[in-house]
Design a protein around this ligand. Structure first.
Ligand code: ADP
Ligand code: MG
Length: 306
C-alpha cells in the first residue's frame, strides 16, 4: 500500500463539516472559521515508549494522541473543531494504521471533530496531533487569570493513570482505561468559559499543573485533600500513596480551574462536572489541608522530560 492509498483508505472521510471548505487531498486545507470567534490551536506529540507503553494497542494510541490535544482545548474553554495528524511509522503496516484510525475516529466522532490533513513519514514511531477550536472573543481560560479569593475546582478523576502505569500488565481493563483512553473534559471547559478565570489541564499531576497557574497568576493555593476527586481504584491504597498518585502522577487529563466564589455558587446549582477542592490565597505556594486540619506544603513536582 502506498502512502497515498493509506491516507485515502484510513484518514479521508467523505463529508466534512461546513466550515472545512477543502480537507485532505490538496496542499493545504481551507477553513472558514465562525464569525466573531477566536481560534485556539495546540499541538502535542506522543513518542512510543515515552508517552505510551510499547505494548499499547494501536486503537488506544490513536485515541490518546487526539485526547491529549482535545484536553488542551478544553482547558482554554474552546469548542473543538478539527485536527491535523503527523504520523511517523517504522514500516508500512496497514493493519496497525487501520486500528490507529479506528481509535482516533472513535473519539473524534464523539466530539464531532474532523481530521483535515496531516503528514505521513517513515521513522521511529511517533504521532503529532495539532488541534483547533473556537472560543468567544476574550473569554479564553488563561493560566495567568487566577485571583486571590477564587474557588479552585476540578473536573475529572485523579491518580488513575499513574496507578495503571505502576501496575503495568497487572492493571485490569477499567484501570488501564485511565491511562490508554483519557476522557478530555470538553463539556466541563465549555461550562466554565462564561464564568471562569484560570484553567489548565492536568497532564503532569495536579501539584505541577496547578503550580503553573499559581506562578503565572502570582498567588498561592490551599487545597482540601479530602475533597480531591480520586479514581475509585485509589480507595484500596494507603492514604499517603493515594495522595502521591493524585497530586504528582501524570496523564490524568482532568481540568483544574479557578472562578469567583459567587460564580461558583451559580455554577454548582446545576450538574456541571466540577467539584470544589480549595481556594486561591495570597501567600505563595501550594498547601494541602488534611482531615485533622493540619496543613502541609506540597512541592510542585510532577513529570518532566528533561
Ligand atoms: P504534500 O506533498 O503536499 O505535503 P502529502 O503527500 O504530505 O502532500 O499529503 C497529501 C494530502 O494528504 C494532504 O492534504 C495532507 O494534509 C494529507 N495527509 C497526509 N498525511 C496525512 C495523515 N496522516 N492524516 C491525515 N491527512 C494526511
Ligand atoms: Mg506532506
Amino acid at each position: 500500500m502506498t502512502e497515498f492509498e493509506l491516507i485515502r483508505q484510513y484518514f479521508q472521510r467523505d463529508a466534512g463539516p461546513s466550515w472545512c471548505r477543502l480537507g485532505i487531498g490538496d496542499d493545504a486545507a481551507i477553513l472558514r472559521p465562525p464569525a466573531q470567534r477566536e481560534l485556539a490551536i495546540c499541538t502535542d506529540t506522543l513518542v512510543a515508549g515515552r508517552h505510551f507503553p510499547q505494548d499499547t494497542a494501536a486503537a488506544d494510541i490513536g485515541w490518546k494522541a487526539l485526547a491529549v490535544n482535545l484536553s488542551d482545548l478544553a482547558a482554554m474553554g474552546a469548542q473543538p473543531m478539527g485536527f491535523l495528524l503527523n504520523l511517523t511509522l517504522p514500516d508500512n503496516d496497514p493493519a496497525f494504521v487501520a486500528e490507529l484510525a479506528r481509535g482516533m475516529f472513535e473519539l473524534a466522532s464523539t466530539h464531532d471533530v474532523a481530521l483535515i490533513g496531516g503528514d505521513t513519514t517513515r521513522g521511529p514511531m511517533s504521532l503529532s496531533v495539532t488541534a483547533f477550536g473556537h472560543v468567544a472573543i476574550d473569554r479564553t481560560l488563561r493560566r495567568d487569570a487566577a485571583r486571590v479569593g477564587d474557588v479552585i475546582v476540578v473536573a475529572g478523576e485523579l491518580g488513575g493513570a499513574a496507578l495503571a502505569l505502576a501496575r503495568g500488565g497487572a492493571a485490569d481493563p477499567a484501570l488501564r482505561a485511565y491511562l490508554d483512553r483519557p476522557q478530555p473534559q470538553i463539556e466541563a471547559g465549555l461550562a466554565l468559559v462564561e464564568c471562569g478565570h484560570a484553567a489548565i489541564d492536568i497532564s503532569d499531576g495536579l501539584a505541577a499543573d496547578l503550580g503553573h497557574i499559581l506562578t503565572a497568576s502570582g498567588c498561592g493555593a490551599q487545597i482540601d485533600l479530602a475533597a480531591l476527586p480520586l479514581a475509585p481504584q485509589l480507595a484500596d491504597l494507603a492514604d499517603s500513596e493515594a495522595m502521591r498518585l493524585a497530586l504528582h502522577g501524570g496523564d490524568d487529563y482532568a481540568l483544574i480551574a479557578t472562578l469567583s466564589r459567587r460564580a461558583w455558587a451559580a455554577l454548582a446549582e446545576r450538574p456541571c462536572g466540577w467539584r470544589c477542592v480549595g481556594e486561591i490565597v495570597e501567600q505563595p505556594g501550594l498547601y494541602g489541608r488534611a482531615h485533622d486540619g493540619s496543613r502541609q506544603l506540597i512541592p510542585a513536582t510532577g513529570y518532566t522530560h528533561f
